[in-house]
Design a binder for this molecule. Sequence first.
Ligand code: SF4
Length: 402
Amino acid sequence: MKGKEDLEVLLNDAGLDAQLRSIAEKVYAGTRIQDEECLYLYEKAPLAYTGVLANYIREKRHGDNTYFNRNFHVEPTNVCLYTCTFCSYSRLIKKREEGWEYTLDEIMDIVRTYDDKPVTEVHIVGGVLPQYDVKFYTELFRQIHAHRPSLHVKALTPVEYHYMFKKEKIDYATGMRLMKEAGLDSMPGGGAEIFAPEIRDQIAGGKCSGDQWLQIHEEWHKLGMRSNATILYGHIEKFEHRVDHMRQLRELQDKTGGFQTFIPLKFRNKDNQMSHLPEVTVIEDLRNYAISRIYLDNFEHIKAYWPMISRQVAQLSLSFGVDDIDGTIDDTTKIYSMAGSEEQNPAMNTQELVDLIKKVGRRPIERDTLYGIIEDYTDHVFEEAETFKGYISLPVVEQEKK
Ligand code: SF4
């Protein structure tokens, strides 16, 4: 395994910093690193060093396997009660005419658009509004399942759940049980941002706290269900906050084992209240993937959202701990393009995604949401270029001028 050889070469480097050597030895031995060591990595570790360690772990767990799934996104609304300072996506209630608010029937029309497409998952997430309550979403999940029973419903984050359960006056355990009974299959990882209150209050004031985010995932895991986790990095947080965030995730994972995948999300600075902040470099993106792979020893997967970081950086990330690239995704999500990502029309068909993975020497594996293997595309011969991009029209939203 190349990753193992690279790590052995690194350990034979007599000039290696003592602390970095100690961390590398731990990784080689499969021993967990501590919080202060994680902080040291953020502060001192060169990019190449972090890549060697993370790639060793990645190849030990997954070899060259690189997972993707075929999904589509539904965003019921982009109008939101909250005003997160990093959000380029939502429209305030007072400007709600600039946004969209789909009814249940309109959402089902979108779902039906995919009836003849080989998708396995619908990913539902959007803004927070009173009409999108427990009744609305339980009915939506039921209707999706009745219409297409095989479609995995991955939907909503603790931000929406906390709001709607509070409005309904039910506790998290009751609320998550109702969602499960209605057909929710798994939870995406969004809304985590940064848990530390001194940062969270500044960037995401008013929505669920870090503790509440973790409690809702814990209740969901107690039902035997799976979810993902994210971090929003590269804005006003310090390295200490990233470590603290991952420590809380690692602790909950030790307790429940319910997380599948960690997804680092890069702060983008277009058209939001933090546009004055510079974005972090690609080097920092790759270091961040790698360090999360090294620290989160109890997470099976690290995922890169290629629509957010570009196809090229996604390819690079596969050597920095990432083993999953978000699916053959289409233009039904506006979250990243509206935040200024390189991918303004994020659409890749299966053949394009497979090629992207193969070009950097990895094995493209189509998975379902719970990482069941659907097909290994390594030797797959595409009969003809696939043309499906899954594009459907969405309301055009005028970008606010700075
Ligand atoms: S990040 Fe989510 S909760 Fe915050 S304003 Fe945007 S849509 Fe609303």
